[in-house]
Design a protein around this ligand. Structure first.
Ligand SMILES: [Zn+2]
Length: 232
C-alpha cells in the first residue's frame, strides 16, 4: 500500500469511527421529529425542568404549578437531589415526574467515555430513593455517544429530548410571550427549561415562561401532562 492509500484508509477509518461514536446525534434528531408529531397529535404541552432541584426557584415553580393544577417533569442532577431531598419529596408528592439528568452534568462529547457513563450511573444511584434504575433520562447538554447510549439501553430507560427550547440559558433572554407563541404555532410541545438557581431575572424568566405557556395551553385547550403520559 502506498502512502496516499494508507492516509486515505486512515482518514476513512477515522471518519467512520467518529460517525459511529457520535451516531446518537442522528438518533436524537429522529426522536425529536417523532416527538414533535406525537405532541401535535395529542395537542400536549409538557413542561420540563433540568438541572435542579434548587432552593429558590423549584419551590416557587411548584407553587405556580399547584395554583394552575399542572403537572410537569423534573430531570434532576443526583448531587442536587441529595442536597435538597425535601424538595424532591415535595416534587413527587405533588404528582410530577422525576427523571435522571446525571450526577455532575458532564458533557458526553467532551468527557472520557467511561467517565460519562459513570456520571450517569452516579446520578441514578443518588436518585434511587425516588426513582427506578429504568426511570426516564435526559442527557446533559442533550449530548450522547455510543457508550452513553448503550448504558441507557442496558437500563431500558426512555430518553427524552424536547421540541421547544425556552432560551433560558441564552445570553440574552427572549420575550416569554415569543416562547408561548411558538407553542401555539406548533400546536403543542415539550419545552426545555431549567430550575437551578441563577440570577433573579433568569429565575423570574422561567416562572414567566411557565405562566405564559400555561395561558396558551388553556386558550388552545392543550393537555398539560408529565412526560410519562406521552408515548414515545
Ligand atoms: Zn442540564
Amino acid at each position: 500500500m502506498n502512502k496516499t492509500m494508507a492516509t486515505a484508509l486512515a482518514a476513512t477509518i477515522g471518519l467512520v469511527g467518529s460517525a459511529a461514536y457520535f451516531s446518537p446525534w442522528f438518533w436524537r434528531h429522529y426522536r425529536m421529529s417523532r416527538l414533535r408529531r406525537e405532541v401535535v397529535k395529542k395537542r400536549a404541552l409538557a413542561l420540563t425542568y433540568d438541572d435542579g432541584p434548587s432552593t429558590a426557584i423549584t419551590p416557587q415553580l411548584l407553587d405556580l404549578l399547584r395554583t394552575r393544577e399542572a403537572r410537569a417533569t423534573f430531570f434532576m442532577l443526583g448531587r442536587h437531589a441529595q442536597q435538597h431531598g425535601h424538595i424532591v419529596d415535595r416534587v413527587i408528592e405533588e404528582g410530577h415526574d422525576v427523571g435522571c439528568h446525571s450526577d455532575q452534568h458532564l458533557n458526553a462529547w467532551r468527557t472520557l467515555p467511561w467517565e460519562a457513563v459513570a456520571d450517569i450511573d452516579a446520578g441514578y444511584e443518588r436518585l434511587s430513593r425516588w426513582i427506578q434504575p429504568d426511570s426516564m433520562f435526559r442527557p446533559p447538554y442533550g449530548k450522547m455517544t455510543l457508550p452513553t447510549y448503550w448504558s441507557i439501553r442496558r437500563r431500558n430507560a426512555p430518553v427524552w429530548w424536547w421540541t421547544i427550547d425556552s432560551g433560558d440559558t441564552d445570553n440574552t433572554l427572549p420575550d416569554p410571550s415569543h416562547v408561548a407563541e411558538r407553542l401555539r404555532r406548533e400546536g403543542g410541545g415539550i419545552v426545555l427549561m431549567h430550575d437551578l438557581d441563577r440570577t433573579q431575572p433568569r429565575n423570574e424568566f422561567v416562572l414567566e415562561v411557565t405562566a405564559a405557556l400555561l395561558d396558551v395551553a388553556q386558550q388552545e385547550s392543550f393537555q398539560v401532562m408529565p412526560l410519562s403520559e406521552i408515548c414515545q
